[in-house]
Design a protein around this ligand. Sequence first.
Ligand SMILES: NC(=O)C1=CN([C@@H]2O[C@H](COP(=O)(O)OP(=O)(O)OC[C@H]3O[C@@H](n4cnc5c(N)ncnc54)[C@H](OP(=O)(O)O)[C@@H]3O)[C@@H](O)[C@H]2O)C=CC1
Ligand SMILES: N[C@@H](CC(=O)OP(=O)(O)O)C(=O)O
Length: 363
Amino acid sequence: MSRTKAGVLGATGSVGQRFILLLANHPDFELVKLGASSRSAGKKYKDACNWKQTDVIPEYVENLPVYECKSEFFQDCDIVFSGLDADYAGVIEQEFADNGLGVISNAKNHRQTPTVPLVVPIINPEHLALVENKINKAKKDGSNKGFIVCISNCSTAGLVAPLKPLVDKFGPLKYLITTTMQAVSGAGFSPGVGSMDILDNVIPYIGGEEEKMEWETKKILGSISADGSSIENIPDSELKVSASCNRVAVIDGHTECVSFSFQSEDKPSVDDIKQCLREYQCEATQLRVTSAPKQTIHVLEQNDRPQPRLDRNRDAGYAVSVGRVRKDTVLDFKMVVLSHNTIIGAAGSGILIAEILRAKNLI
Ligand SMILES: NC(=O)C1=CN([C@@H]2O[C@H](COP(=O)(O)OP(=O)(O)OC[C@H]3O[C@@H](n4cnc5c(N)ncnc54)[C@H](OP(=O)(O)O)[C@@H]3O)[C@@H](O)[C@H]2O)C=CC1
Ligand SMILES: N[C@@H](CC(=O)OP(=O)(O)O)C(=O)O
């Protein structure tokens, strides 16, 4: 099978750089086009980009030209990954989809659209059925095959990862409370978080983050409509979610303290919870796609884990770590969750979604 040709929008930014690292030498994808703002367009990537990754820029990417983000320049791509600034992503991604391109987006703009799946690929890949239905329709009647898939907010990805297997096994949740400690890479590079603001400090506010976590959870845990064209969120009356978000002096890896209650009065034990999480295997692993984690959720027994520096790279950042699972005195249970915010919380999820679409011959 030949490699799938890929483009990256917002290629110079924090998420864009992570896309480039993950696509470099990827056996399934060939990175052929890069896009960013008009400030960068026309330059070689190495001159347009303020590279901040700990690995060097892949050699063949250094001299690739950067294009303006217009679909006419990306028609040779089979799939386009977007790490665009959310101030511009909405219009640009829609123009790409309207012109026949498939876009996997990290930006928030289209997440609330019911016909756009909001996917954490280790958790709800079944929502990609919306894309499958659209592509199959296009094959039949020649309609536009362009689509947008959104990746969730990075903190939401970590939150829902252990909850979905628990809901599948023990039934719906009633209450969910999370307090996050989010890495600085989540705030991007331009301008990002200043060192004078974050060193020796904690910032107890991340604009818009709490609202996103509270509603995105209900879409990701929601279901596909009967006609297969949209996602129906869990109603607010059935699940109450409360998020408190904080920025901490960590480079990569979002940590969350999560408490939750099930609707059912028939409660599982702490051991039941841990066993369910350990046994969970995501569809990507079953499909054996390239970046699938071997172990989707790592349950850690040491009482001081997970920690971002020690645990964020488990399964190359595609897995989520859970520790300190215990009974809660107010809700049913509490635990600590850690996820790599730019891998399973952003670019890595995009790659995994594309690998799943490719495994199903949809791209
Ligand atoms: N960082 C993270 O962990 C996560 C971020 N996200 C989301 O991903 C997106 C990107 O975030 P991040 O990488 O942190 O942001 P950055 O600020 O680091 O990068 C933004 C990118 O958008 C490009 N851009 C800016 N203005 C325009 C424009 N007018 N037209 C075309 N391109 C433009 C920039 O190009 P140029 O260099 O030319 O200005 C740059 O490539 C955001 O929507 C963010 O909310 C989602 C999940 C996690
Ligand atoms: N806001 C997140 C990053 C993110 O995921 O943002 P968004 O939901 O806009 O994609 C952070 O600061 O860590």
